[in-house]
Design a protein around this ligand. Structure first.
Ligand code: AMP
Length: 470
């Protein structure tokens, strides 16, 4: 193994790019950057196993810009600014964020960046494309609209990046991607980034990459000691009240709440608003303007709760959140890890709270198996699950790892032995013991909130911008 690269200057980047990195306040390259930058600079294809939060955007953008730097020019002629690099992303938010990174990292080079995605007026995009851009970030559908309208030509693309390829396939973009690939020159450099390598991704990679260099970095460790996991068993119909109670009584700020469906997410945000909690929703049915606004409000601390679907939340530059709440458990255990990967980063502590009702016990068992950890369960007084919920949750215990949580055992499910086959009993006193949060620094939950509290505005020590100031 070679010694790890500890400074950007060792990576062979141009002074203009090093300056941009300094401007961002980054002091050392992340693992994906240290590995990918030299390989991409050599012109090789890359299959990158990395997800949002690893610094992958700079990992491909910096060398991409360097490889195109020779094309920089100040000519007003659009013909002198053809699309040289195409970066495809699954969501509008990710497209906007990647484009912002391209702009930031490339600000000392003379290349023109541009971004196109659906849900917004196409006319300004047409004008921008007509004027010419060298680095185009796009979602597949809107890019194909432009292709159809002949407002973009892809015949001079030298570098293709497929970002979050697994998510693109999940979202049904494969046919669009095939159509786009067919429009690109065969001789090009291709980079594919994906958090997971399914068979389908491998097939796509075989199709699109030539002798790629495989670069994998550990996903941001969602299971870090810095993240405390908590489960609150509760009846489904009481989940919303419990959520509101937790937000108020613990004065939670900047909570990312995961709901299941778009409708559910909308309804939940609306109901929280009615409860006097500043909440906004983000999901695929919202217009781009609404989504940008919701995210901006959240980042600015105007909304303390952002309710999101998995797809909408993915790719958002909101890492290092103090609290992530699963209002609904995700269908796939991997998604729990993705969700939780938003918290407990960079030395900050984080909490992952799940509100779990009786019919979710199988999902919970699958998650615990996947993360090889048993999650302590605490019942919040006033929000007890019904008897069948208790029984169902206890039932999963047989398959759980033995490790006892390092907590007050009298309050957690692990603190007593329960027969899985025991008939459902009414909730007993063990479950009405006062709630004790797992994070010692957190305030103790008051049994019953008096009413909506005005959220105390805190400076967000999070949200992607944390490390920018250097
Ligand atoms: P990404 O995984 O590309 O979405 O990046 C996640 C976050 O990490 C973004 O807010 C970046 O600005 C930030 N970031 C990227 N590279 C570095 C670095 N080398 N040092 C510190 N922060 C970084």
């Amino acid at each position: 193994m070679t010694a790890p690269v500890t400074s950007f200057s060792e990576l062979g980047l141009l002074p203009e790019l090093l300056q941009a990195v300094i401007d961002k306040g980054y002091t050392e390259p992340s693992p994906i950057q240290a590995q990918a930058i030299p390989v991409i600079l050599q012109g090789l294809d890359v299959m990158g196993g990395a997800q949002t939060g690893t610094g992958k955007t700079a990992g491909f953008t910096l060398p991409l810009l360097q490889r195109l730097a020779r094309h920089a020019n100040t000519s007003a002629s659009p013909a002198r600014h053809p699309v040289r690099a195409l970066i495809l992303t699954p969501t509008r938010e990710l497209a906007a964020q990647v484009a912002e990174s391209v702009r930031d990292y490339g600000k000392h080079l003379g290349l023109r960046p541009g971004v196109v995605f659906g849900g917004v007026d196409i006319v300004p995009q047409i004008q921008m494309l007509r004027a010419g851009v060298e680095v185009l970030v796009a979602t597949p559908g809107r890019l194909l609209d432009h292709v159809q309208q002949k407002t973009v030509m892809l015949g001079q693309v030298e570098i293709l990046v497929l970002d979050e390829a697994d998510r693109m396939l999940d979202m049904g973009f494969m046919p669009d991607i095939r159509r786009i690939l067919a429009l690109l020159p065969a001789k090009r450099q291709s980079l594919l980034f994906s958090a997971t390598f399914s068979e389908e991704i491998k097939r796509l990679a075989d199709n699109m990459l030539k002798q790629p260099v495989l670069i994998e970095v550990a996903r941001p460790n969602a299971m870090t000691e810095l993240v405390s996991h908590e489960v609150h068993p509760v009846r489904r119909e009481k989940k919303r009240d419990l959520l509101a109670h937790l937000v108020r009584s613990q004065n939670l700020q900047q909570v990312l709440v995961f709901g299941g469906t778009r409708i559910g997410v909308n309804r939940l945000a609306y109901q929280l608003q009615k409860d006097g909690i500043h909440a906004s929703a983000i999901h695929g049915d919202k217009s781009q303007v609404e989504r940008i606004q919701a995210l901006a409000d959240f980042k600015a601390g105007k909304a303390s709760v952002l309710v999101a679907t998995d797809v909408a939340a993915r790719g958002l530059d909101i890492q290092e959140l103090p609290v992530v709440i699963n209002f609904e458990l995700p269908g796939a255990p991997e998604d729990y890890v993705h969700r939780i990967g938003r918290t407990g980063r960079a030395g900050s502590t984080g909490r992952a709270i799940s509100l779990v009702c009786a019919d979710e016990h199988e999902k919970l068992a699958a998650i615990e198996k996947f993360i090889k950890q048993r999650i302590p369960q605490t019942i919040v007084p006033g929000f007890e699950p019904d008897a069948s919920g208790v029984s169902a949750l206890m039932h999963t215990e047989r398959e759980r790892p033995e490790r006892r949580p390092d907590r007050d055992s009298s309050l957690t499910r692990g603190g007593r032995s329960h027969s899985p086959k025991a008939p459902a009993k009414p909730v007993d006193s063990i479950f009405s013991a006062p709630y004790v949060p797992s994070n010692a620094a957190s305030p103790v939950v008051e049994p019953a909130p008096a009413g909506p509290q005005k959220p105390r505005r805190q400076v967000a020590a999070l949200l992607g911008g944390l490390r920018k100031s250097g």
